[in-house]
Design a protein around this ligand. Structure first.
Ligand code: ARG
Length: 572
């Protein structure tokens, strides 16, 4: 099924093209009509003619009678109003389409999405929350679009801190350390190691030797390192399960995976003439990067102590993802503070010939999570907040908000529903604003059933589903005629038909909030419809028509939420 936008755009483009080859109709959804084509102004300028005259000629040369009526307005806008006949046919098609009008992508891409990427033996914090939630929403959106997604959880599992972490593990005794890590007290573990490292010279020396042993591939050291990695990966898995995130242990391809490739990266950069020694370090100076004084900025590939840097690993990862995984798109869901790092890595990779023109490579950046007071998010004690604690607190609030419903549900059902609500609250709050902005983590607002929240949308869905529970028998849809007699019905109908446009704009721009905006708007259209139009008490054929609008609303909300990683419970 071709989306309404694509259909109109194609027909309008043909008409514009007859006046000026390749002229863009500049078609937009509009408040005035259903759509507005604003391309006549630019075309008129190019032709040296009055815009209204050009718009009138476009309209005259175009027969859209079966789809829409056209009208020239203002300085030369073309207002496009869909016909009831078109809306009715399109809604009928939608009723029989599990994808609700979203066509599978052709050709399908292989997309590598680097997300979540926490650090071994370190607690996951709110920064990882955003990467995890946004990355998982994008992964689900790409999969639904028909692309192949390869998730890469690029965990920090290598580097000098592992010397001290392994020594701390030895001090605690393996069993004791596993217990600490197993209960998810990674903060305590890391702090314990850090504190000794700072005050205890002998410990510091042991740690240094341990790093050497680790890099030298000493089997016992590697075994101990594995213990740390495995415990952390298991713990991350618990957090993902709690959040309903699709990452699995197979997606963990940490920094250490790229170690064997780093010598080759350096050798090939040198052979390409891109490697320069600067202050004892091996650097690339990617084109277009300078500091405030106009001096070129180095990307450090190998440090003066011979160790490889973060950048070397990311260069190896680009090469692996393009060369071995044959990715068509590379996405990195990482906070804005790393923008310059990624821009320099991508440019260096291009100069080295590892990132061909046709491969899309993007840093999907995001802003900070702030506290409810809009200052940096910190616990009362001033520490970074554990991600699990946030989720647990959201669940506790949702349980409390369901308190009055004690009679209707068992304790287990209540906890299950509260977990679904809490996840929706957290994910939707993160996804519904432009990701590049900061947002305030305000649980009271996030878990509310009113306002632009995840629970509100879940509730809107459950409310529609409750209508169907009052029916004696399931409805057989057959051929529904949509008369759309009232403005509220028509408004809901055009909203239902706009999912493909909203979905594709969210996907193409990597901006899940566009889909959230669409769903929130749809829920409001439904509320207006439901206030104005009785459903079950209406006479046939209106009753079936309105039930079909309800059915499509529920399906659209459910599908839209699911591609964002949010569940839509049947009852709330
Ligand atoms: N582990 C890093 C951190 O916690 C994020 C890694 C992001 N991915 C990457 N390919 N560099 O900040």
């Amino acid at each position: 099924m071709t989306s309404t936008y694509d259909l109109l755009d194609a027909r309008l483009a043909a008409a514009f093209g007859r006046l000026g080859p390749g002229a863009d109709p500049v078609l937009r959804a509009s408040e005035r009509a259903d759509y507005q084509a604003n391309g006549a102004m630019a075309l008129a300028k190019a032709l040296g003619r009055p815009p209204r005259e050009v718009a009138a000629e476009v309209v005259a040369g175009l027969d859209l009678a079966d789809v829409a009526t056209l009208e020239v307005a203002g300085p030369g806008f073309i207002n496009v109003t869909l016909t009831t006949g078109y809306l009715s046919r399109a809604l009928g098609t939608l009723l029989g389409d599990a994808r609700l009008g979203v066509e599978p992508a052709a050709p399908a891409h292989r997309v590598v999405i680097d997300y979540s990427s926490a650090n071994v033996a370190k607690e996951m914090h709110v920064g990882h929350l955003r990467s995890t939630v946004i990355g998982d929403a994008l992964a689900r959106m790409y999969r639904f679009a028909g692309h192949e997604v390869i998730a890469r959880n690029h965990v920090g599992d290598w580097g000098t801190p592992f010397g001290m972490l392994i020594e701390h593990l030895v001090d605690l005794g393996e069993a004791g350390a596993i217990t600490t890590l197993g209960i998810g007290d990674l903060n305590a573990f890391y702090r314990g190691a850090r504190e000794k490292f700072e005050v205890d010279e002998a410990f510091k020396e042991r740690s240094r030797l341990r790093v050497v042993a680790l890099q030298g591939g000493d089997p016992e050291t590697l075994r101990l390192w594995r213990v740390l990695v495995d415990q952390s990966v298991r713990y991350f898995g618990e957090v993902y399960a709690k959040l309903d995130v699709t990452l699995s242990p197979e997606d963990v391809v940490g920094e250490s995976y790229y170690n064997p490739m780093l010598e080759g990266v350096v050798a090939d950069l040198a052979a390409a003439g891109l490697l320069v020694e600067s202050d004892g370090a091996q650097c690339v100076f990617p084109r277009g990067f300078a500091n405030r004084d106009g001096e070129p900025l180095p990307l450090i590939v190998r440090k003066s102590d011979e160790g490889f840097g973060y950048a070397a690993t990311d260069l190896a990862a680009v090469r692996d993802r393009v060369g071995a995984l044959h990715a068509d798109e590379l996405l990195y869901v990482v906070g804005t503070p790393q923008s310059q790092h990624f821009a320099m890595v991508f440019e260096a990779a291009r100069e080295a010939g590892w990132l061909p023109e046709g491969v899309r490579c993007e840093h999907v950046n995001f802003g900070h999570v702030l506290g409810p007071d809009r200052k940096m998010f910190k616990s009362r004690a001033g520490a970074t907040v554990r991600l699990v604690d946030l989720v647990d607190e959201a669940i506790a609030r949702a349980v409390a908000s369901l308190e009055e419903r004690r009679g209707e549900m068992s304790g287990e059902e209540r906890l299950h529903l509260a977990t679904q609500i809490a996840r929706a609250a957290i994910k939707y709050a993160d996804l519904s604003t432009d990701r590049t902005h900061d947002y305030a983590f305000d649980l009271d607002r996030m878990v509310a059933f009113e306002g632009d929240t995840g629970p509100y949308l879940q509730y809107a869905h459950a409310r529609v589903r409750s209508i169907f529970r009052r029916l004696e028998a399931p409805v057989e849809w057959g051929d529904v005629a949509f008369a759309l007699a009232s403005p509220a019905e028509r408004h809901l109908a055009t909203g239902l038909l706009a999912l493909p446009e909203a979905f594709s704009s969210a996907l193409v721009t990597l901006q899940p909030h566009r889909l959230c905006t669409y769903l929130f708007d749809l829920a409001q259209r439904f509320t207006a419809f439901y206030d104005a139009c009785p459903v079950l008490s209406a006479a046939e054929p209106t009753r079936t028509e309105r039930l079909a609008l309800c059915e499509l609303t529920a399906r659209t909300l459910r599908l839209g939420l699911s591609v964002l990683g949010i569940e839509a419970p049947e009852r709330m």
